[in-house]
Design a protein around this ligand. Structure first.
Ligand code: NAD
Ligand code: UDP
Length: 339
């Protein structure tokens, strides 16, 4: 299969590019590098030995994307990672989030139609579940567009756009993958998460503390109704997540489908910090802070649908993720900017 990765220079896209190439597929990437570096693609080429064509453009530039696809025809599938993903920023700049995230998805569907591409896999998120009514979360759990932030709403709306598109076109194969909390890095230490500025997410924040560029980990609340009082999440190693995309592409059939991609194992903030301390071989300074607005106490999935229908299951543990994240962070203390 030849697969167009929109937003493929980003954290999850670069790992998925490696997984696809290692599974025998060809990839090409369109990315505007608004939150990534061309260096990530150079590193993907270094890991795999493959040539990865990169178009530096906004995915919403329909003409440019269509021309790129034609140059590399036949393209068999699209994976849409492209978009903005900072929850807090989406509250402050909702119109920009709707513009970029919905615009990217719609343009990709239009290009697929004109260029005869039938398969699309979309990066959705566990955030579509909002505050869970029941745990673990299955694909049938309640979702809504009455979510707390515009980011989550863009994911939910795009899921519905894909469902409608697949209803209207019997040949379309559309899959939404609801990621839980992606963490870790490729075991080579050549690619990993490289957030600009201070990280919002826990593991990259902990990694920066471990490498000495941030002082201490702030723990957002220790009075949740969880075993140790800190928030629990379902941390999925990015290499497992990448394999989930390969499985979704290889198993996609006509129509629309949705899968949770997670481990099913809840891990607390304190447990994640402890795993990172084991990986880095040092104690990490931490401080209890008030709860962060909008956070839920616990979120983890029932991953059995992906196991049953895609033959996919997460193989890596939180210790594997901490080890690989530390390896990436300590080899690349300034991320790709160090090159
Ligand atoms: P990322 O920011 O590293 O990757 C997204 C990529 O899209 C970046 O390379 C960015 O430059 C590119 N991009 C953004 N807007 C674009 C545009 N208009 N045109 C072309 N390229 C554009 O993020 P990631 O962590 O790899 O996430 C990938 C996808 O998965 C996103 O859609 C995100 O919302 C979703 N997701 C991420 C997480 C997470 O915690 N990382 C969790 C759930 C869902
Ligand atoms: N968290 C924390 N300190 C941080 C960042 C996150 O205590 O600096 C907690 C957060 O409250 C949640 C968990 O870590 O319980 C995961 O947060 P993250 O932002 O990584 O992912 P989310 O599940 O919010 O998307």
């Amino acid at each position: 299969m030849r697969v167009l990765l929109a937003g493929g220079a980003g954290y999850i896209g670069a790992h998925t590019a490696v997984a696809l190439i290692e599974a025998g597929h060809d990839v090409l990437v369109v990315d505007d590098l608004s939150n990534s570096s061309a260096q990530a693609i150079a590193r993907v080429e270094q890991i795999t030995g493959a040539d990865v064509p990169l178009l530096i453009a906004d995915v919403r530039d329909e003409e440019a994307v269509a021309a790129f696809v034609r140059t590399h025809a036949p393209v068999d599938a699209v994976i849409n990672f492209a978009g903005l993903k900072a929850v807090g920023e989406s509250v402050a700049e909702p119109v920009r989030y709707y513009d970029v995230n919905l615009g990217a998805a719609i343009v990709l569907l239009k290009v697929m139609k004109t260029e005869g591409i039938r398969t699309i896999v979309f990066s959705s998120s566990a955030t579509v579940y909002g505050d869970p009514e029941h745990l673990p979360l299955s694909e049938e759990s309640r979702t809504g567009i009455d979510l707390a932030n515009p980011y989550g709403k863009t994911k939910r709306i795009i899921e519905e756009i894909l469902r409608d598109a697949a209803t209207a076109d019997a040949q379309l194969q559309a899959v939404s993958l609801r990621y839980f909390n992606p963490v870790g890095a490729h075991e080579s230490g050549l690619i990993g998460e490289d957030p600009t500025g201070t990280p919002n997410n826990l593991m990259p924040y902990v990694a920066r503390v471990a490498v000495g560029s941030l002082d201490r980990v702030g723990i957002f609340g220790d009075d949740y109704d969880t075993p140790d009082g800190t928030g629990q999440r379902d941390y999925i190693h990015v290499v497992d997540l990448a394999a989930g995309h390969v499985a979704a592409l290889e198993h996609a059939g006509p129509g629309y489908d949705v899968f949770n991609l997670g481990t099913g194992v809840p891990v607390s903030v304190l447990e994640l910090i402890a795993a990172f301390e084991r990986a880095a071989g040092r104690e990490l300074p931490r401080q209890i802070l008030p709860r962060r607005a909008g956070d839920v106490a616990a979120s983890y999935c029932d991953p059995s649908k992906a196991q049953r229908d895609l033959g996919w299951t997460a193989a890596r543990t939180i210790d594997d993720a901490a080890r690989d994240s530390w390896n990436w962070q300590s080899r690349n203390p300034n991320g790709y900017a160090g090159d």
